[in-house]
Design a protein around this ligand. Structure first.
Ligand code: 13P
Length: 340
């Protein structure tokens, strides 16, 4: 294992004011998002969509790394340039989603366990040869009546740690994503408690498996009330809850925390990340960055509509959201940026 290479890659991914673009929707998820806006769902539309994203002018000003899906890393731009090469040429590190999805957990109705460890060592070797330098694995935790169970939390934490260890062995930085979902009517406080419990379990398992904390990135949810909770909270309240929760559970040796957006609007995700950096940045051991999918892509997807003529406008929208999140990392985001 080349520890120094892992540490260097991690540093580049969360350095300065940049963040990660998650463009790793599986085919079913990508198709679902296309269907909602009326875009045909096939390999060529998915390829064209990813070409629109990867060729966005100036994307590397705010984006350090892009997480791809396996189909995408085998695809090319229309001119024949592989997407992986296009990203590297643009100064963006290519990454890969390696989990095989969250499946129903046996004996635990309403809960999920992420699969994908079988054969992972060989897949990671191949990805490294293809110049991929980091990976992502997402675990899903649902808050509900009597859930999450300890069994679900522990099984997912264990899988995350085994995945992370395999990644580091292969020279890829693991992005460790335990997502506590926003679905439900739970309060901010309950999300705090569950997120803290999940993170403690994850770091216990990472310690047990010997994962190098300096060579990983944590990708957590923000601490939020459930979507159905009547009491929604201000950005400052969300920022305080999220950072205080992370301070309880995330070791200082972790270089960076890159949030998922989880279905928040682009504006809210930026405002909340900004509030965290305004209120805490100078006092934190880790960088607070972003690894958003929907909160960067959604407006661009709606503008693109699968049409070549809409590409420049869609790219402007993508660039705009990336820059908004860069501003949020610096604590310089405000509503007026949205209209400029
Ligand atoms: P969202 O930002 O849309 O939650 O996606 C992040 C991600 O990578 C999910 O695994």
């Amino acid at each position: 294992m080349n520890t120094q290479e892992l540490i260097n890659t991690t540093k580049i991914l969360v350095a300065g004011s940049k963040g990660i673009l998650a463009m790793d929707e599986s085919n079913p998820t990508c198709n679902k998002r296309f269907a909602i806006v009326g875009i045909p769902q096939n390999e060529e539309t998915r390829r064209a969509y990813r070409e629109m994203i990867v060729t966005t002018p100036g994307l590397n000003e705010a984006i350090s790394g892009a997480i791809l899906y396996d189909e995408t890393i085998h695809q090319q731009k229309k001119d024949g340039t592989p997407f992986v090469k296009a990203l590297i040429d643009a100064g963006i590190i290519p990454g890969i989603k390696v989990d095989m999805g969250a499946k129903d957990m046996a004996g635990h109705p309403g809960e999920k366990i992420t699969e994908g460890l079988d054969g992972l060592r060989d897949r990671l070797k191949e990805y490294y040869k293809m110049s991929i330098r980091f990976a992502k694995w997402r675990a899903v935790i649902t808050i509900g009546n009597g859930i999450p169970s300890q069994a679900c939390i522990e099984a997912n934490a264990h899988a995350l740690a085994r995945y992370a260890s395999l990644c580091q062995e292969a020279g890829l930085v693991p992005i460790i994503e335990p997502e506590v979902l926003m679905d439900g009517d739970h309060t901010l406080q309950r999300c705090f408690e569950i997120t803290e419990k999940v993170l403690r379990s994850v770091f216990n398992q990472l310690y047990t498996q010997g994962v190098i904390l300096e060579g990983m990135i944590l990708k957590p949810n923000m601490v939020l009330p459930g979507l159905g909770c009547p009491k929604q909270e201000s950005s400052d309240k969300v920022a305080d809850a999220t950072v205080n929760c992370l301070l309880q559970a995330v070791p200082a040796a972790v270089p960076g925390i890159a949030f998922l957006s989880g279905g928040q609007s682009g504006e809210l995700a930026s405002a909340r990340l900004n509030a965290m950096n305004v209120r805490f940045k100078s006092r934190l051991p880790w960088a607070l960055a972003f690894s958003f999918a929907r909160a960067i892509q959604q407006p661009a997807l709606e503008i693109w509509q699968g049409k070549e003529t809409n590409v420049p406008k869609a790219q402007q929208a993508l660039y705009h959201r990336a820059k908004c999140n860069q501003a949020a990392r610096l604590g310089e985001y405000n509503a007026s940026i949205e209209t400029t």
